[in-house]
Ligand binder design. Structure first.
Ligand code: HEM
Length: 468
């Protein structure tokens, strides 16, 4: 593993003296990152003066994320920028004991049984929102999908009896928080510290979000029997253990797991975790759904098969959570959407010492970049990678492409919300299809892919109608 590196690491062509490959990354990020595969299994790029090492071979990405993860710490500029506002939530906290402890505490929130407990409440919420869309009017599908995703997530996290005004305030605030967060991650670090009005507004909104989260936590604490109020000076007690197993109360929220943990978290830690979950959960899932609807609208055969599958499972009755496992074609459509669009396209690690990676020396402190998008567009694994083809997901491909389908990451920092994401994606897609017998794209030109934190559509409007 730490044997001397043998091959010189290729540098991506066309870097400019001061900005390195910044221009390509800004103008054509997806084709630039995808082009690096042709230059080698590890390729050096420069972002401004700083070198970064992009891993293009999935076997080496596995070393970074899994087998040699101890030498590739979670970190890099994007994480540093996020930590300023989100503190030490699960996604931004450094590798180590605190991460392991919090991950162990939170893992039960996202097991299949707990998600299933919240399934019917999520279905009701999604149905209420989707069926309220006016018939036949063009809608911004990306905004809609983020809103529905957030509303369903709030019901799952904080319970179906979260007061309406709180849910409404979350929904009004989050789009601006996401925009501000994205701006923080793409600006150079010195620019994020300037006292510009946009930065001050973002800081204000994050403070507002913390207040809302506090109110949601107080709301849950008032509902959980024997819950220990989390304070800044927590003292362990004989707290309740698993709230779901104990009561299976209809209104429970997944966050109850943290509020009743045997080792209580401080209020600040609870806020950090809630902000992390909210931001981690919305745009990834919302983007996927927007692209899925775009692709389905362009593939009438796919749409028909989805509708046939839903009809054969649900008939005339409403969707139930237990139906989700009976919808394999819908799962393929969503998996193919995730493969084609990322939705995360660039994730970073930092080398904690000089280390050999596939014969290339990665110096101590260097940024190491891996990209789900790049691996999921490898033509050797996914022939014609730009073609949307849900049928490519046969049981054989699911198993042979496992190392290259890295949308949820791998190893100890793998997405903790993957099970939840699949359930939410299926619920929202099925509900849109069942509520609206017809939908079509209304944007004049096809949306362009904007790779920022996720790969999102720049402009996608569609109209949904009840008429056949
Ligand atoms: C399509 C949906 C989603 C995708 C593609 C996705 C993707 C990812 C990826 C690639 C990572 C790993 C990042 C790394 O290695 O540094 C990650 C981590 C994470 N995700 Fe997701 N995610 C999705 C949905 C969700 C949802 C619904 C939640 C919350 C319920 C969530 C919460 C998190 C958290 C907390 C982490 C950090 C885990 C850790 O560091 O221990 N994600 N996600």
């Amino acid at each position: 593993m730490s044997a001397p590196a043998t091959s010189p690491t290729p540098t991506a062509p066309a870097g400019l003296p001061l900005i390195g490959h910044g221009l390509q990354l800004a103008r054509e990020p997806l084709s630039f990152i995808d082009s690096l595969r042709a230059h080698g299994s590890v390729v050096r790029i420069r972002i401004g003066p700083t070198p970064a090492y992009v891993v293009t071979d999935p076997a080496l990405t596995r070393r970074v994320l899994v087998t040699d993860a101890a030498h590739f710490a979670k970190g890099g500029k994007i994480i540093d920028a996020l930590r300023v506002f989100f503190g030490d939530g699960l996604a931004t906290i450094a590798d180590g004991d605190a991460h392991l402890r919090n991950r162990r505490l939170m893992q039960p929130m996202f097991n299949k049984a707990h998600i299933a407990d919240r399934g019917e409440a999520m279905i009701d919420q999604v149905h209420a929102l989707v069926s309220a869309w006016p018939d036949g009017q063009p809608r911004d599908v990306f905004a809609d999908m983020n809103e529905v995703t957030l509303a369903a997530f709030l019901v799952a996290l904080f319970g179906a009896d979260l007061p309406d005004h709180l849910a409404g305030e979350f929904i009004a605030l989050m789009p601006e928080i996401m925009k501000g967060t994205i701006r923080q991650t793409i600006l150079p670090p010195w620019a994020t510290r300037l006292p510009l009005p946009a930065h001050r507004a973002h800081a204000r909104r994050v403070a507002q979000l913390r207040t809302l989260i506090d109110e949601a936590i107080d709301h849950r604490l008032s509902r959980i029997p024997h819950a220990q109020a989390a304070t800044d000076d927590p003292s362990p007690g004989d707290a309740a253990g698993c709230p779901h197993a104990a009561g299976r109360e209809q209104q429970a929220g997944l966050f109850d797991t943290l509020l009743t943990a045997r080792e209580p978290l401080t209020r600040q830690q609870l806020q950090d975790e809630a902000i992390t979950l909210l931001t981690g959960a919305i745009e990834t899932t919302g983007t996927t759904l927007a692209w899925a609807l775009f692709e389905i609208a362009g593939h009438p055969d796919v749409e028909q098969r989805l509708r046939d599958e839903l009809d054969s499972v649900c008939g005339d009755r409403p969707l139930r959570h237990s139906d989700l496992d009976q919808l394999p074609y819908a799962r393929k459509v969503l998996q193919e959407t995730i493969r084609k669009y990322g939705p995360a396209w660039l994730v970073t690690r930092t080398a904690t010492r000089d280390i050999d990676l596939g014969g290339h020396l990665i110096p101590h402190g260097a940024d190491v970049v891996w990209s789900p998008y790049l691996h999921q567009h490898d033509p050797d694994v996914f022939p014609d990678p730009d073609v949307f083809d849900p049928d490519r997901w046969t049981p054989q491909t699911v198993s042979s492409a496992r190392g290259s389908f890295l949308a949820f990451g791998d190893g100890r920092r793998k997405c903790i919300g993957e099970n939840f994401a699949w359930a939410e994606l299926q619920i929202i897609l099925a509900t849109v299809l069942r509520t609206w017998p017809k939908f079509e794209r209304t944007s004049v030109r096809p949306p362009r892919r904007q790779a920022i934190v996720t790969v999102k559509p720049d402009n996608l409007t569609m109209a949904f109608s009840r008429g056949h």
